[in-house]
Structures are given as C-alpha cells and as structure tokens.
Design a protein around this ligand. Structure first.
Ligand SMILES: *[C@@H]1O[C@H](CO)[C@@H](O)[C@H](O)[C@H]1NC(C)=O
Ligand SMILES: *[C@@H]1O[C@H](CO)[C@@H](O)[C@H](O)[C@H]1NC(C)=O
Length: 400
C-alpha cells in the first residue's frame, strides 16, 4: 500500500511543525472509518468496558433532537478524576481571579430550557461506541511522536492535512476570540476544525490546549457542527484526547457540554452567527464559552505550561484521505473572494496576560497557510479598538 509521507521543507516555520504535531494524532483515524464495524467479540467487550469507565452512571439523562444523549453526572464522580494526577484534585467551581464582568449577562443557549442538571452534577455528552472505536484505533496505530519531519501511520494509510491560521508567538496565559460558525462540507472520514490553539514546550512533549467548532466526521458519524476541544500533555504520545474521551477535562457546567451541536450556522452573504471562545489560565486552564466557564484542564496536566504558553494560533485545519478531494474550511470561500458575511473569521481576538485581556498588535501576528491554493488566511484591520480581524478558509477540493 502506498504510504504518504508529510515532508516538511526546512524553510517552513517551527510553527507549522507545532500545528502538524497538534493534529498528527488524527492520521490514524483517517482510514478507520470503513472498517470500524468489523470488530471482534473480544474487542467489543473491551470497548464496553472502556465505555463503562468513561460514561459514569447518570443521575438523569436527556436526548437531544440530534440523537445525542446528555447525562447529568455527579461532579465528583466524573471521568476526569480517573486520571492518576487528579486523584486528590480539589474541584474549582469557577475561576477566582478572572474579572467578574467576563461572567456577567446572558448567553445564547444551545439546548432547550428544560435541559439542565441538578446542583452537584454536570452535563456531559455521553460517549458512544463509535467514539471509543475511533479513539482505540488511534492508539492501536501507535502514533508515536515523529522524530523527524516525516509523518506516516503504521499501516501505511495515506492521509493528509492542511491548515490556514494566524499565529502569535509571544508569552501568554491564553486567548479569547469571537468566531463565526459554519458547516463546511466534508465527506465521512474527513474533518474541518476551526479553533484557538495554545501550546508550549519542546517538540517531543508539546503541551497543547485547543478549542473551537468542527465538522468532525472521524469522531462523529454525522455532519453537524459541534463544540470541540482537545489537549495533550506530551506531544500526543500517551496523554490527551478530544472532549471527554480520556480523563483530564473537568466539567463544571450544568447546561453546556462539549460535543454539543451548534445549530446556528452563518449564512453566506447573510446573517452571521458567532460563538465566543476563550482558553484562560486562572490557576487551571479554563474553557470559556461566551460568558460561561464550562470547565477546565488542570494545570497539573501540562508540565510545560506552569509559566504560561508561548504560542497561540487561530485558524482552521482539515484532514482528508489523500485519494479524496479535501473538505471545505470555514465558510468554504477564500477571504480574497469577499470578507464580511462571506468568509470565516476571528474577531475581537485578545491575549490573556493573567491579569488583563490585551489586543495583539499587527506586528505580532503572522498569517500563514500550508496550501494557499486551497485554504487562505488573511489579516485585516478591525473595528477600533480591535486592531486586527482574521479571515480564513477555502473551498478545499484539493489533492493534498
Ligand atoms: C449533511 O448531511 C445531510 C444528510 O445527512 C445533508 O442533507 C446535508 O446537505 C449535509 N450538509 C453538509 C453541509 O454537508
Ligand atoms: C452583512 O449582513 C448584514 C445582515 O445580514 C448586513 O446588515 C450588512 O450590511 C452586511 N455587510 C456587508 C459588508 O455585506
């Protein structure tokens, strides 16, 4: 079978290396879609066991219009605390030092009003067998950290990725943004994710926290746009995962879960629907959705981020088997073909310095794209006081 290597010319920046690293874990997923039904009974039992570990006994459950099951789990019994480093972890209910104004006001609800967990429990989207199969395949493929700039999966699966993003390579304790939400067209086995990405540490043990939205047809069988987050504490070698698939992310919210469908999609040349996303360090690394703190990744998971991080990126990245035309990114349109109401964006983007939110200055930002013929990233002056807006995306349909 032909194996595709991702060869990275030396002139490409380390940043690109970091982005590749943050997503190389996905390689193993790309070819697993076709064969995920053909599992042995033994594997099936193993999976049931894992599912039982991930999905704690619910106090109460709901089913959404999209067929997702949402569980209310005792906050102290959630899967996060199966992590050996979090055995004696003291749950934080909200950030302590983040200015209170950030938490004030209403937020646009994703779910009907009656879906709310009782006090003492948290809302967690139930992990399905398919999610576990995907995660298992990923591990089974032995996606070890590449020691060179070449990437390949152990069974020779030919798969590819591309990105278009804006980066900020200075010290930070996180960042926030407002991004419009789209439903880029993708095939089963492909994904198109748009996110904030924070990272620090050496190549081999890169610490990453990422959050945003995605149409992820490797993790989910449908093509809905969903809230997604990812982390790793060791360059994707052994720690980390999406959402709640492994212990790590501590959920505190009773009405918003990772993995929820974002059903307000922007209209090309029409009304734009935004979400606000932030990753902010306040003792722990908090995930903010509008003015709501959904939960956090404990600082203990990130050896190289005790003193903050040195990379932030905002943008899109896609995965695709090489034989297929690559999926769309963002709105599916290039920024060069029209900005407002037409392209995917990040606006009101700010850096958290542990005390304040500050606007990054134009000379601190670099837009780049791995395949500018397929996906573009563009910086443009924003509306004061916001110095810059970031636009990105493209139709894809490339052979990567
Ligand atoms: C998503 O899938 C549905 C059918 O399952 C289809 O009608 C729709 O066009 C798809 N949307 C996109 C953006 O691909
Ligand atoms: C974008 O759409 C909004 C609402 O649909 C409209 O008010 C606004 O003028 C549009 N802006 C541009 C630049 O087309």
């Amino acid at each position: 079978m032909a194996t595709k290597f991702m060869i990275m010319p030396a002139r490409r920046s380390r940043n690109f290396v970091l982005l590749l690293m943050s997503i190389q874990i996905m390689f193993g997923l790309l070819h697993s879609v076709q064969d995920w039904q053909t599992i042995s009974e033994e594997e099936n039992l193993e999976m049931e066991r894992q599912l039982k570990l991930i999905n704690k006994p619910p106090i109460k459950s709901f089913k959404t219009d999209y067929g997702d099951i949402l569980d209310c789990i005792d906050i102290y019994k959630q899967h996060a605390f199966d992590h050996p480093l979090l055995k004696d972890h003291k749950v934080q209910m909200e950030p302590k030092n983040i200015p209170k104004w950030m938490m004030e006001g209403e937020f646009p609800r994703l779910l009907p009003n009656n879906i709310k967990c009782p006090p003492g429990s948290v809302l967690i989207k139930r992990t399905t067998k398919q999610d576990v199969i995907m995660a298992k395949k990923m591990k089974a493929l032995g996606l070890n950290h590449p020691t060179s700039s070449r990437f390949h999966t152990t069974d020779g699966a030919a798969s590819s990725l591309a990105f278009a993003s804006v980066r900020y390579r200075k010290h930070n304790f996180g960042a926030t943004t407002r991004m419009n939400v789209w439903a880029p067209s993708t095939l089963p086995g492909q994904s198109s994710m748009s996110s904030i990405w924070i990272a620090n540490g050496p190549f081999q043990d890169l610490n990453v926290i990422e959050a945003g939205w995605a149409v992820h047809r490797l993790l989910f069988s449908d093509n809905h746009t969903r809230l997604l987050a990812y982390w790793t504490g060791d360059g994707h070698k052994t720690t980390g995962c999406y959402n709640y698939l492994c212990p790590g992310f501590v959920q505190v919210h009773r009405e918003i879960s990772l993995g929820l469908v974002l059903n307000q999609i922007s209209v090309y040349n029409g009304v734009q629907h935004d979400i606000e996303i932030g990753i902010l360090r306040d003792g722990e690394w908090w995930l903010k959705y509008f003015n709501q703190f959904i939960g956090y990744w404990p600082q203990k998971l990130f050896f190289y981020m005790y003193g903050g991080a040195n990379n932030v990126e905002w943008g899109g990245h896609i995965f695709s088997p090489v034989k297929e035309p690559s999926p769309a990114m963002g709105s599916g349109h290039f920024p060069k073909d029209g900005l407002q109401n037409k392209s995917a964006y990040f606006k009101d983007t700010q850096i958290w310095d542990n005390v304040h939110l500050i606007y990054p200055q134009p000379d601190q930002l670099v837009a780049s794209s791995g395949r500018p013929d397929c996906y573009e990233a563009k910086l443009t002056p924003g509306v004061a006081p916001n110095p810059m807006d970031f636009f990105y995306g493209g139709p894809g349909q490339c052979n990567l």
